[in-house]
Design a protein around this ligand. Structure first.
Ligand code: ADP
Ligand code: MG
Length: 335
């Protein structure tokens, strides 16, 4: 059900061609975190940097993936009490902070709900209203206590799921690994979630294609960018169909059903990949009006691209000049 492999090729083609050909370009493609990943780096040390980056993906997956029986999050979900590594506790802290900031719109405790709908096993089902109501009682972040590295799940059945933030954290870490290896130019693409390092070797910006939520593929537009994460959430990324209705993997924690906010996709552009990932998920749940309000009032530095189900394209002022699309663009500025 994923169009990401096609998009990957497109992003790579667009972002990497015309680089002047002087720097040594290396690419690594693999499947991890349930998605196709392509990592690219330019420079003498590119090969080694990319190997280390791939290992980093595996390392982080084995900390954060709630479906991996050896991960810290899986163990915490089972054992209910665990001293986490410093890193896992920091990612969990961020997820809990986003939850607090948004009154639970971002909810890292909805693993029971993801399981109920079958998103964790791909054995999809539409639950009854009663099942959803009962499961929602378990998905309360107040049942999770984090004190430094000590995490406790206080209610039986409550489980964590960092799927809304883990890939953004991972892309930020990969950029750090590339930098540590002396790389000044590169791009990581984790299933359509992109983060760029520096500019292309010829000094120009990368061009990142933003995937179109329309069923026929294609793209929403092109963003010229450097040194930033470009992370998109949309109901078209992972979904199933039952009796002619589509159900996707971004949940409204208030209803327990896939979010129907009127938005088709949300893209966040920010230096901080973790922030971009969490925000793309939660602004999608909020819908256009609240998402624009959130962006307007936020003290964080990020730009947004919102695409509504009725094909309205809203782009924030900071990136309006770098974004091109066949749709009419409504540019928004902060009050
Ligand atoms: P993707 O991982 O496909 O790029 P997202 O970043 O939007 O897309 O993350 C979707 C994932 O986030 C879901 O698979 C689930 O694990 C988790 N999730 C779903 N709804 C929420 C929510 N309201 N708050 C936090 N995490 C969520
Ligand atoms: Mg996300």
């Amino acid at each position: 059900m994923k169009k990401t492999s096609i998009l990957l090729c497109l992003v790579m083609l667009l972002s990497l061609c015309g680089c002047g050909g002087t720097a040594d370009k290396k690419t690594k493609e693999f499947f991890a975190m349930d998605t196709y990943m392509t990592l690219t780096a330019y420079g003498d040390n590119a090969e080694k940097a990319l190997s280390e980056a791939q290992s980093e993906v595996e390392r982080l997956d084995s900390l954060l993936n709630a479906e991996d029986k050896h991960s810290e999050i899986y163990r915490l979900n089972c054992e209910k009490k665990l001293t986490l590594s410093e890193e896992t506790s920091q990612v969990l802290k961020k997820a809990l902070d986003f939850s607090e900031l948004t009154d639970g719109v971002f909810n890292p405790a909805l693993h029971p709900l993801m399981k109920l709908w079958g998103f964790t096993t791909k054995d999809y089902t539409v639950p009854s209203a009663e099942e959803i109501k009962n499961t929602l009682k378990l998905c309360d972040v107040k049942n999770v206590a984090l004190n430094g590295q000590n995490a406790v799940i206080k209610k039986d059945g409550t489980e964590l799921d960092l799927g809304g933030i883990a890939k953004g954290y991972t892309s930020s870490r990969l950029i750090e690994i590339l930098k540590k290896n002396g790389i000044e130019s590169g791009l990581v693409n984790l299933g359509g979630n992109v983060q760029t390092l520096g500019k292309k070797p010829d000094g120009s910006d990368f061009t990142v294609a933003i995937e179109s939520p329309e069923k026929d593929g294609g793209y929403l537009g092109m963003l010229k960018t450097s040194g930033k994460a470009v992370i998109t959430s949309g109901g078209y990324e992972r979904f199933f169909e039952k009796n002619g209705k589509t159900y996707h993997h971004i949940m409204n924690p208030e209803t327990g059903y896939p979010a129907e906010s009127g938005l088709a996709s949300v893209t966040i552009v920010s230096k901080d990949g973790t922030l971009a990932d969490a925000l793309s998920t939660l602004l999608y749940v909020m819908g256009e009006k609240k998402a624009v309000e959130f962006w307007n009032q936020s003290s964080e530095d990020f730009d947004i691209i919102l695409f509504t189900k009725d094909n309205k394209l809203i782009v924030s002022g900071g990136i309006a000049d770098s974004f091109t699309s066949e749709y009419n663009i409504e540019v928004i500025k902060k009050d």
